[in-house]
Design a protein around this ligand. Structure first.
Ligand code: G3P
Ligand code: MG
Length: 248
């Protein structure tokens, strides 16, 4: 489990509570909090004008009534979009949140945060610089924050420039050189697809002293043995499926 100011954490709400409200919206974070979730994960992405927003996909189509590439859109353009109706009509007022709005709402709710930095291009600095500046201004308690990314370079920049925020390396499948990656950024945690974890890998990760987090788990039975292997916490779209179930 993660030992945090919010208590002992085994469940992290994925994109808020993505099965119950439109993912990565303020409504989704409120939904997670209302279900007793104490930590949430969300994805921060960069727009064409340098603004940072909470959004997962490269394309606008799946989670808004807009079209085209997120990274080629301006804040003014994406703010006009309805980011909730695609999920259910009662969420029609939801907008793509800015990073600032999301950080304020998550702190207002008393939640801890895993902020995933989404960047696949070359110029990762263009996203990391404003993200760290915004955190510096808005986020009060470093112990309630964990930064993560699939992009190792993003985490190297975070390590160099904001050492006081914990860092987690994200993987789909864990590569052979995971130790080098985690050492280079003095990582707190390794996050991976639960399907890619083996008992041997879990034991090695725990032997090195890292926290081990698995995404995205919506059936408690699928990770029944992972807890015994040493898995510390899971990301879930639907915290309700874990109620009454043993987590570790
Ligand atoms: O951070 C865990 C998980 O969110 C990583 O994958 O694609 O859902 O952002 P994705
Ligand atoms: Mg994510």
């Amino acid at each position: 489990m993660l030992l945090t100011p919010q208590g002992e954490i085994r469940l992290i709400g994925h994109r808020g509570a993505a099965a119950l409200a439109p993912e990565n919206t303020l409504a989704s974070f409120r939904m997670a909090a209302s279900l007793g979730i104490r930590w949430v994960e969300m994805d921060v992405s960069l727009l064409a004008d340098g603004a940072c927003v909470i959004f997962h996909d490269d394309e606008l189509q799946r989670c808004t009534n807009g079209q085209g590439q997120l990274a080629q859109s301006s804040l003014e353009q994406v703010r006009r979009l309805d980011a909730g109706s695609w999920f259910a009509p009662q969420f029609a007022d939801e907008r793509i949140p800015t990073l600032v709005e999301a950080l304020r709402e998550i702190q207002r709710l008393g939640l801890g945060l895993n902020l995933e930095i989404k960047h696949e291009g070359e110029d990762v600095e263009a996203l990391v610089t404003p993200v760290l500046a915004t955190l510096q201004q808005e986020w009060r308690d470093a112990d309630s924050l964990l930064l993560s990314s699939f992009n190792h370079q993003a985490l190297r920049l975070c390590h160099q420039r904001a050492h006081h925020y914990r860092r987690g390396q994200l993987y789909e499948a864990i590569p052979e050189n995971w130790r080098d990656h985690l050492r280079a950024i003095e990582a707190y945690s390794l996050h991976c697809d639960w399907q890619s974890l083996t008992p041997q890998l879990a034991a090695a990760i725990k032997d090195e002293g890292y926290q081990l987090l698995c995404y995205t788990v919506n059936d408690p039975l699928s990770v029944a043995s992972h807890w015994a292997w040493g898995m510390d916490a899971v990301f879930t779209d639907d915290p309700r499926v874990f109620s009454g179930k043993t987590c570790g």
